[in-house]
Structures are given as C-alpha cells and as structure tokens.
Design a protein around this ligand. Sequence first.
Ligand code: AHM
Ligand code: MG
Length: 336
Amino acid sequence: MIESKTLTQFIIEEQRKISGATGEFTLLINDIATSCKAISDGVNHGALADVLGSAGSENVQGETQKKMDVLSNDIMLHVNGRNGHVAAMASEEMDEIAQIPDGVEYGKYLLVFDPLDGSSNMDVNVSVGTIFSVLRAPESMSSPTAEDFLQPGTEQVCAGYALYGPSTMMVLTTGNGVNGFTLDQDIGEFILTHPNMQIPEDTQEFAINMSNQRFWEPPVKRYIDECVQGVEGPRGKDFNMRWVASMVAEVHRILTRGGIFMYPIDEKLKSKGQGGKLRLMYEANPMSMIVEQAGGASTTGRERILDLKPEDIHQRVPVVLGSKNEVERVTRYHQE
Ligand code: AHM
Ligand code: MG
C-alpha cells in the first residue's frame, strides 16, 4: 500500500505539470471521488439499506426513478455543491440545472452527471455506475444558465465514471490518457491500478440490444448481420456478444479487452420523437472522451460525437463506440 498511488496524489502530480493551476480542479475531483464512495456504499448495502425499488416518482425523461437514482443525485448535488469548485450542476435526474447553495462561492467549473446509470440493474444486483463530465464555466460567473452548459464534448476538461461492480472503480481522463483506480474499501481511497488504459483497435465482440433489431436502420442491420454470420460470412471470423444494459459496465469491458458498443437510432426511437436513447451531455460525451483518449473511436454512425454542438441538456444521440477499426466500419456502412 505504501508504494501505491492514490487518486488524489495522481491528480496533484498532473496539476503540477500545468503552470498557473490553482488546485481548484484537484479539489473538485476529490469531491467527485467522495460522492462516488458514498454512492458505492449505498449500492453495496442494497436491500440492507432499503435502497432497492422504485422511488414512486418520474424524472424529466418520463422514466420511473429508482430510490437509488434519487439518493445518488442528492449525494452528487450535496457533496459537489458545497465547496465552491462548481458554478452549477446538471443531471439526468433534474429538468433544470442546479444552482449552488446560497452563501457558497461560484467555482470555475460546471459539472454534468448521470448519478446512477443503468439503475434498472440495481434490483437484480448487476453493475451500475456514475458518469460525469466537467466543463469550464464562463469567466466571472454569476447565476449560470442552461445555455452555459451547451458546449461540445471537445471542450470537456475532464470526463469519468465510477463503476459499482465486483469492485468499485473510478476511471477518468483529463485529456492526457485514461487511468483506472480501484477503491480500497479498507482505507477508503481510490488506488491507481489501471494506468494508461488502451482499447485494442480490433475486436470480435459486439454489444447491442438485439430486441430492437427489427427497428434498426440498414447500415446497423448489415453490420450486425455480418458479425452474426461469423466464419461463414464476409467477415470470415466468429463474433461474441454481450449486453449488460449498463453503459458503464459496457464501456469498462471495452476499455479492458476491446469491443464495440452500439445504441443506434432506430424506427422505434424516431416514432417517439427521440434522436437516440442515450443522452449526449452526461452519457455520450464523457464516454466518447474516455474512449478516444484510450485510442478508440466514438460516432453517431454519421458524425464524431465530441464535435456535436448540444442544443439541450437532455438531448439524446445515437452512440457507436469502441475499437477503432470496427467503429470506422460502421461509420463507412452509414456513408455507403
Ligand atoms: P439510464 O440512464 O436510464 O439507466 O439508461 C441508460 C442505460 C444505459 O446504461 C444502457 O446502455 C441502456 O440504457 C440500456 O437500454 P435498454 O434497456 O434499452 O437495453
Ligand atoms: Mg444513464
């Protein structure tokens, strides 16, 4: 343990490389880590802490909120709002942006998050996670507006997720590679265990919700058809499939052993007037930054996700991300 590097140490070392850094960013990451430890504790206790099941409310997207969705959102707001490092926050679970409490100074950053992604998996004891994205607040910020958040993914200062699985992990990037930290429950610290994570360029594993197959667009149908045909098809090799229905678990698997993850636009989503299933600002953008920083690629099938100019905090987009050569193939099928 003496020789292991904690998340805080790691961020301080990164901060020293930036001349003029004030340490505010390091303190913000510390707050985010603290909130994820608190959420991890709730997730771990499950039924013992009476956090399973529905909260009996709906979020802005009309989805039923789980008890743990509400609790995780409260933890994120409380822990990150009180120390003067953020100017405002936005969350999957809130229609409007959250202003910081009265009496707290405005910080330099805007924090956007999905407090508990994949929460439908909570009740069945399958991995869930927290996804976050840090943006710069406009200079001399007072009372930020939703408009201030609508920056393309390329403007993210930091993107990361916490994965509450067999072990709790925090994976993040500040635009200088991707590093993974495992929570040592005994000492309550995230320890650097996965330095410089890299996604292999090739893969034989895809992740998509196959129950939507009949609604897919032709390029997606073609790509998956070819994978499923295996050695007998044009790809000449067999593919494996996974679908956890927790994007954090899916992206973590891809960072660990490669793969392609797709939640494409389809006829069912279009008929509901939605541009995709996943949300740009707190799911697609942070995950795209992480994936690109690890050598992978991320597109809507047609455009690079990080280049999109958000129109709304809760905007939805199609997502195709993971091993570079497979993502490029899917993008090519969309052009052909
Ligand atoms: P959530 O933020 O409401 O949990 O929804 C996002 C999740 C992703 O983690 C996952 O990839 C997807 O929804 C699963 O969708 P489906 O239930 O259609 O398979
Ligand atoms: Mg989500």
